[in-house]
Ligand binder design. Structure first.
Ligand SMILES: [Zn+2]
Length: 289
């Protein structure tokens, strides 16, 4: 895929140069088991879908180093992660542009979320966010929180350049923003309070819908997904099991520590979203998933 790196700077809040709030030293984080929760399955899936190498070109220059936080914003010329920053912002903006059009078609307006880049940890409207939990969306402040060091974790764990996987992660998180705007998240919260026993099931449905929404965006970017790729992805996805997903449990902030559903379910809903690119196909709340 040919991608430009022109995102909307107004979509971005770059806190990487800030002092980072609590937590003291924000150098290299322990490679906690968490963080793969939202993407464990999808990374592999995404890579397989692209058949490797045919997709985004790999942002170069990301050396994964985590520097001591500075007190000033990082000048572009001194940003070791500039390409990944620009790529992330491009995807984030593109996903939001897609949703803006979709909302407009439905006679609604789309309120843009913001992408917060941070390093190590940062305050969020949902509590203190930590990189170890992986990327997450906070509905209270309508922001997606992303620590670019997660790129390394993905690459190290899966030993594959994850350009599209990375894009997929971003799209999935924006999917949660869409759910917030549409009131789906609130409805689920109410149902969860009413029927605590259904909490897990509801979370799965919410996550699968975000997968489907990510697929909707993927459709707009890759309009030629092949069945063979899908089947490969399904097999590959089995290699990232529930143990990895569960290791991210117990974190306070990250909504993505909820159960996500099986690999097969996630693949099914990704396929559904990407098959026509129609959000209406993403009703994960009716019937079986
Ligand atoms: Zn999620």
């Amino acid at each position: 895929m040919r991608w430009s790196r022109t995102g909307r700077e107004s979509d971005l809040e770059d806190r990487r140069g800030a002092s980072g709030g609590r937590g003291g030293g924000l150098g290299r984080l322990p490679a906690a088991g968490g963080g793969l929760g939202i993407v464990g399955v999808l990374i592999v899936l995404a890579i397989q879908l692209l058949g490797g190498g045919s997709g985004f070109s790999v942002p170069s220059g990301f050396d994964g180093s985590t520097q001591a936080p500075a007190s000033d914003p990082i000048p572009a010329s001194q940003d070791p992660d500039k390409d990944l920053r620009d790529f992330s912002l491009y995807v984030f903006s593109d996903v939001q542009d897609t949703w803006t059009r979709t909302f407009q078609d439905a006679g609604r307006s789309y309120d843009r979320a913001k992408l917060v880049l941070y390093r190590g940890g940062t305050d969020t409207g949902c509590g203190f966010g930590q990189a170890a939990t992986g990327p997450f969306y906070c509905p209270a402040d309508q922001r997606v929180y992303l620590d670019l060091s997660f790129w390394n974790e993905m690459e190290r764990t899966l030993q594959a350049p994850g350009d599209f996987a990375w894009a997929y992660v971003v799209a999935h998180e924006v999917g949660h923003h869409v759910q917030n705007l549409l009131g789906t998240s609130d409805e689920v919260d109410q149902l969860r309070r009413k029927n605590p026993g259904d909490g897990n099931t509801l979370s799965v449905r919410l996550e699968l819908q975000a997968d489907c929404y990510a697929g909707v965006w993927a459709r707009s970017v890759f309009d030629q997904l092949q069945d063979g790729d899908i089947e490969e992805a399904m097999r590959a996805s089995q290699s990232v099991g529930d143990d990895r997903l569960q290791r991210s449990a117990g974190q306070r902030v990250n909504p993505d520590t909820f159960t996500h559903g099986s690999s097969a379910q996630r693949l099914k809903w990704f396929k559904r979203g990407s098959s026509r690119g129609e959000p209406a196909d993403c009703d994960t709340f009716s019937g079986d998933v």
